[in-house]
Design a protein around this ligand. Structure first.
Ligand code: ZN
Length: 150
């Protein structure tokens, strides 16, 4: 299997994966992202507490790339701090823009390097970045509530 076929397989598998496709209880941020040029429409839900992403999920519809990107992104950010997630965002944007190509630097993105080839497909870039733009807004608008003692 060549690398491109492997990457395609990762995208297809992740677009079918359902473990991140759910609503989040006690979400601190709920944000919809739409990519009209393809018809992708996702809603990202996050539960952030003490600066850590405790839970995340998404619902919506769209092409395999948009759905796989959302699912892989959630796998990656779960349990990370908001600052770590923002750093991952910068690395992802760098990869998609073709500015970061060093394997060592991209290692933190794990399976998401499967989307690296998208940087050469301008029509699909919006599909790949949709979930990430939505995450960026959600992190900036995060209404984290103070911990309550229950
Ligand atoms: Zn799409």
């Amino acid at each position: 299997m060549d690398l491109k076929a492997l990457y395609n397989q990762i995208i297809v598998e992740n677009s079918r994966a359902s473990h991140n496709r759910h609503k989040v209880d006690h979400a601190t941020a709920v944000l919809e992202g739409v990519n009209p040029s393809c018809g992708d429409d996702i809603t990202l839900e996050l539960s952030v507490s003490n600066g850590i992403i405790k839970d995340a999920g998404f619902t919506g519809t769209g092409c395999a790339i948009s759905q796989a990107s959302a699912s892989m992104m959630i796998d990656l950010i779960m349990g990370k701090t908001v600052e770590e997630a923002k750093q991952l965002l910068r690395t992802f944007y760098g990869m998609i823009k073709g500015e970061i190509t060093d394997d060592g630097q991209l290692e933190v993105l794990d399976d998401i390097v499967a989307l690296q080839g998208i940087s050469h497909m301008p029509g699909r870039v919006k599909c790949a970045v949709l979930a990430w733009h939505t995450l960026e807004e959600a992190l900036n608008e995060n209404n984290e509530k103070p911990e309550t003692t229950e």
